[in-house]
Design a binder for this molecule. Structure first.
Ligand code: PLP
Length: 401
């Protein structure tokens, strides 16, 4: 028996475990201090009432013989048509038309991001923006794929564009980006789509935060760009949109027009899912189906606005201190430059010890993240205001150099 030795190529500590470990150690050593966490990207607002009511209704149905449900419908890889149609209607509002067979329901974007790799050869070269959500890199390390990086930095506004001299087969794009909060315009995405078509590559487009976009210039789906259905798979989630981090539901769009080596990737993914996955619970799917109804949209917008207000509080604080940052406008993440030339972990410790505020060191998201720091808008108003007041006091203008 041999283990998968590629696992040994992973960095020992997953970023958020290390952040948690240091924050907990500090709290234990200083029980008198109230530590505020603006670090992990989990939500704090409860589920919208429309979701609760839909889930209650589904539980009642499960309790009656005449409406009880077992496995979901085979035809759509266990996704219920009512949920798939509500997702299609949300795409239609963005001007994108999808067939039922093109939408796959899952228990969240993280699993799909990892599982989708099953349909691609291990020999493919992968292009990943740096910095970005660590799951893209780690899942490809586990599979032993060659990884290239597209540098995201201050010069390109943390939005790398393709380099025609670089040959890639699988391209990850995340917009709005975690951790930088930067988001692509349609024009910029069109350049990526053309590059992918030219290289015969496939884009894995992570749109987990698309609901935070308010600027009409920015794309909310890669399919808003012409010909993207011939080169892109889009992965989405209810986690940040509707507070489903603990409920678990997401969806992946694999267009039927996406064909490589004469084979439909939609068919490969359907085969993969029907073989290795048995679907998302009926109760969860009915909760998710309520999200894109008129009332659902109104209620999730209330929660999104709550987080947007936090993002504004953090942005105003950094503006007042003259600290450069990206994000915070069409994204729940604020990506700030560490003051006084500090490195990411150095600033992490400095902020924890002196303001008792926890953020996420940018270096954990890739080498270009060194010297940067991520704050999230997913906390409560009270904690966000308090954390900002402490940051303001610690770093007040004039004391920074
Ligand atoms: N994609 C990005 C960019 C994320 O930041 C996250 C979660 O933080 C996910 C995907 C995973 O979301 P889910 O909860 O749907 O698995």
């Amino acid at each position: 028996m041999k283990i998968n030795h590629h696992f040994l190529d992973l960095k020992e500590n997953y970023l958020f475990s290390e952040v948690g470990k240091r924050a907990t150690a500090f709290s234990e050593a200083h029980p008198d201090k109230r530590v505020i966490r603006l670090s992990i990207g989990d939500v704090t607002r409860p589920l919208p009432p429309v979701v609760i009511s839909a889930m209650h209704g589904a539980v009642e149905e499960m309790g009656r013989a005449e409406s009880f449900k077992g496995y979901g419908p085979d035809r759509y890889c266990y996704g219920y048509p009512s949920l798939i149609d509500s997702i299609r209607s949300s795409y239609a509002r963005k001007g994108v038309s999808l067939k039922r067979e093109e939408v796959f329901i899952s228990d969240g974007a993280k699993s799909d991001l990892a599982n989708i790799l099953d349909i691609f050869s291990g020999e493919n070269t992968v292009l990943v923006p740096d910095p970005v959500y660590p799951v893209y890199v780690d899942t490809n390390i586990m599979a032993g794929r060659k990884i290239l990086y597209a540098d995201a930095n201050e010069q390109n506004g943390f939005l790398p564009m393709p380099d025609s001299a670089v040959d890639a087969d699988i391209i990850y794009l995340c917009s709005p980006n975690n951790p930088t909060g930067a988001a692509y315009t349609r024009e910029q995405l069109a350049v990526w789509v053309n590059y992918a078509l030219e290289k015969n590559a496939v884009i894995l487009y992570d749109a987990a935060y698309e609901h935070f976009i308010t600027d009409p210039e920015l794309a909310r789906s890669i399919y808003e760009v012409k010909d993207a259905e011939r080169c892109a798979i889009e992965l989405c989630s209810y986690s940040k949109t509707a507070g489903f981090t603990g409920v678990r539901c997401g969806y992946t769009v694999v267009p039927q027009a996406l064909v490589r080596e004469g084979i439909s990737l939609n068919k490969l993914w359907a085969r993969r899912q029907s073989t290795k996955f048995n679907g998302v619970s009926y109760v969860t799917q009915m909760g998710a189906a309520s999200v894109f109804t008129e009332e659902g949209e109104r209620q999730i917008e209330e929660n999104l606005n709550y987080y947007r207000e936090n993002a504004k509080i953090i942005s105003d604080c950094l503006d007042g201190l003259g600290i450069p940052y990206t994000g915070g406008k069409n994204s729940p993440y604020i990506w700030m430059k560490c003051p006084m030339g500090m490195k990411s972990w150095e600033f992490f410790d400095f902020l924890l010890e002196n303001a008792n505020v926890v953020g996420t060191p940018g270096s954990g998201f890739g080498k270009n993240g060194e010297g940067y720091f991520r704050l999230t808008a997913f906390g409560t108003h009270e904690n966000t205001r308090e954390a900002c007041a402490r940051i303001q006091k610690l770093l007040k203008k004039g004391s920074l150099s």
